[in-house]
Design a protein. Structure first.
Ligand code: KG4
Ligand code: ZN
Length: 357
């Protein structure tokens, strides 16, 4: 019988210390033997955002215990692991270094290959843990640090169709939450508050909605939310602002995804086109519903990772590791941390004042 590939992976790019072991399972879904995630929300909430030095210290304090737990839960012996994967970027350099060095040390000590994984590739391939999906597919990656439309043509083969030119979507949720007095990370609570409010109460702008292809912008929206938040009279109005904000986000995503689908379909003759949404913000059920509807209208099959694989975790890094290992993409122990690391290296940098799109 062919040996099943087993990968141990580590993720410490931001404020989650995570270790997972997963095993390929022939044509079936891979087995998640363990998936341990330790969040640092308590460490950062009083600061309203992630403090890099505190995050790194917390990773250092916890990484060996989390790894021990993941190995114990998996019920496998460390010698059965075929390779060790770790997130090498993008992210906070002091945080990345902890997991990357820990991963390299394990690989060296068990004399197995090391795989450096791009965190965004982890998110991009995460829906494949639960479902077989053929390449190419259209991906909307929405997380705390990134917002991009990508054509996923295979491991290491990405074409960026659009990106945010300022804030990431998760950042826009978190900043709105902060203005409403919600602790970091406020995205999930905005979703809860939105259910209690009137989404038509405040009129908010949709920056670059009619231009810039499927590039996105949230800075102007943030300014409008800031202005509105200063005039709020009571808790009910806070709910209205959360609801109005979420509604406008859904309208922006609807329009921009339509453009991205059009771009994706140029030169494609697939019978079944797949649209995948990944990253922490993909946990938001109203966004899921909104974009599933659009996908149906445009004849795309929409696929989401399960909620526990949307936000940062190491199972997605392990899966990217399996896909890379299968095509012999392993790395040297000298692989550096890459705080900036685009999936599509040919895509232009689209950020900063004075940008014309
Ligand atoms: O992918 P992720 O865990 O970390 C990054 O790679 O950035 O995404 C975290 C982001 C945070 O900004 C968080 O507020 C947002 O995802 N988020 C949500 C929801 N759940 C998490 N935003 C809106 N609605 C949610 N339900
Ligand atoms: Zn992430």
């Amino acid at each position: 019988m062919k040996k099943k590939i087993t990968i141990l992976a580590i993720e410490t790019s931001c404020d989650e210390t995570a270790v997972s072991i997963i095993q390929e399972n022939g044509n079936d879904k891979p087995l998640i033997l363990s998936n341990v995630v330790s969040s640092q929300i308590e460490v950062h909430k009083e600061f309203g955002g992630v403090v890099p030095e505190l995050a790194a210290r917390s990773h250092i304090e916890k990484i060996d215990l989390i790894a021990k737990k993941a190995i114990e839960e998996s019920k496998i012996k460390i010698e059965e692991i075929d390779a060790v994967a770790a997130t090498a970027g993008p992210g906070l350099i002091v945080c990345l270094s902890v997991g990357l060095n820990f991963g390299k040390t394990i690989a060296l000590s068990i004399n197995k290959p090391f795989i450096a994984v791009n965190h965004l590739e982890g998110h991009a391939l995460s829906p494949k843990i639960n479902k077989k999906i053929n390449y190419p597919y259209l991906l909307l990656l929405i997380s705390g640090g990134h917002t991009q439309f990508l054509e996923v043509n295979g491991v290491n083969k990405y074409r960026r169709l659009g990106t945010t030119i300022d804030d990431a979507l998760g950042e826009a949720f978190d900043k709105t939450a902060k203005l409403l007095g919600i602790e970091y990370p406020g995205g999930p609570k905005i979703e809860k508050w939105a259910k209690k409010g009137n989404e038509n109460y405040f009129k908010l702008p949709k920056p670059i909605i009619k231009r810039g292809g499927c590039n996105l912008s949230f800075a102007g929206l943030k300014t409008a939310v800031l202005r509105t938040s200063k005039k709020l009279k009571n808790q009910k109005e806070k709910y209205h602002l959360a609801a109005s904000f979420q509604k406008v986000i859904n309208e922006i995503l609807y329009e921009k995804t339509k453009v991205a689908m059009y771009e994706f379909l140029k030169n494609k003759k697939n019978k079944k086109n797949v649209f995948v949404i990944a990253g922490g913000v993909a946990s938001n059920l109203s966004i899921r519903e909104n974009l599933s509807k659009l996908a149906e209208e445009k004849n795309f099959i929409s696929i989401f990772p399960p909620i526990n694989l949307c936000s940062d975790n190491a199972a997605m890094i392990a899966w990217a590791g399996i896909e890379r290992f299968k095509i012999k993409l392993t790395d040297s122990l000298e692989f550096p941390s890459k705080p900036r690391w685009q999936l599509d290296s040919s895509a232009p940098f689209l950020k900063g004042p004075g940008l014309k799109i």
